[in-house]
Design a protein around this ligand. Structure first.
Ligand code: FES
Length: 290
């Protein structure tokens, strides 16, 4: 007579099957949302990515229950859903904090200070990559390039940009998040929690007043090249100076009043290369002979 691994108390590291279902009221609510998402696509399986964001908005990460739900409503196997959910890093597989603080440590941000920011935040928060603080507020992680290299080094909080950071500004940022003090991204929509962000990524409207308008367009640093190509003079610098700004003041958490530019930082070196020197604009004509 043979005995199963569970009877022998041996774990093979395999997930318990099947995954538990959502409670009836949650499932009913999610099914309504899922129908709305699926209706946007000619082929229902194309709705898998937003549906994974939807279930992530329910629990803060993509659980086995969430993947089972996606498989059920799309007529897929759980293996197919799992393959997608484990491929993309925007889907979290473990419980996470209200604020996902991602430090870009891709090449450009790393050399501009991203590595130093990540090291200091690990020590300051007492967590490692992918780990969450004990109060459940912050999940810290390395992130790859977010196409904001011209604002390096970049920190993302729930995928909102905090540009031109340095270790000190990044520590103030996480302190403010943990203390519940308001923080404002450098650009884009106001910050919301990770679950709320996941619901927006699922394709539901951001109904906060002014949020859509605040999404805006490219930041000034990104547009310098375009201005040069048009023969316009680019500004000498497009980031806020470190010296003489609010960050030079000692940070007193008891009386701290964040300003709209609170988490702006950082580079003190003027951007005075030939390409950004207003006295020597490098428009198309100038570049032709080079
Ligand atoms: S390398 Fe950090 S945003 Fe591109």
């Amino acid at each position: 007579m043979t005995t199963s691994s569970s009877e022998r108390g041996v774990s093979l590291g395999m997930p318990e099957l099947p995954a538990p279902a959502y409670p009836d009221d949650v499932r009913t609510r999610l099914e309504t949302d899922a129908r709305e998402i699926i209706a946007r696509y000619p082929d229902s399986r194309s709705a898998l990515l937003p549906l994974l964001h939807l279930v992530q908005s329910e629990e803060g990460h993509v659980t086995r229950t969430g993947m089972r739900f996606c498989a059920d409503v799309l007529g897929l196997t759980t293996a197919e859903v799992t393959a997608v959910a484990t491929f993309y890093t925007m889907y979290r597989r473990r419980p996470s904090g209200d604020y996902q603080v991602g430090v870009c440590t891709n090449t450009l941000c790393a050399v501009m200070g991203g590595d130093a920011i990540f090291e200091e935040l690990q020590e300051h928060l007492g967590v490692g990559n992918g780990e969450t603080t004990d109060d459940g507020k912050i999940t810290l992680e390395h992130i790859e390039c977010n196409a904001a290299c011209d604002f390096a080094p970049v920190v993302m909080v729930n995928w909102e940009f905090f540009d031109n950071q340095d270790p000190a500004s990044a520590k103030r940022l996480v302190d403010d998040l943990r203390a519940g003090r308001p923080v404002e991204p450098t650009r884009g929509a106001p910050l919301c929690t990770f679950k709320e962000t996941a619901r927006i990524l699922a394709g539901f409207p951001d109904e906060r007043p002014g949020a859509v308008e605040a999404s805006g367009g490219a930041g000034p640093a990104s547009l310098v090249g375009l201005r040069l190509a048009r023969g316009e003079a680019a500004p000498a610098r497009v980031v806020h100076p470190r010296e003489g700004g609010p960050h030079d003041e000692p940070h007193d958490t008891a009386v701290h009043k964040p300003s709209p530019t609170e988490h702006l930082s950082s580079h003190d070196a003027p951007q005075d290369t030939s390409a950004s020197d207003p006295a020597h604009p490098a428009g198309p004509t100038a570049e032709e002979g080079e």
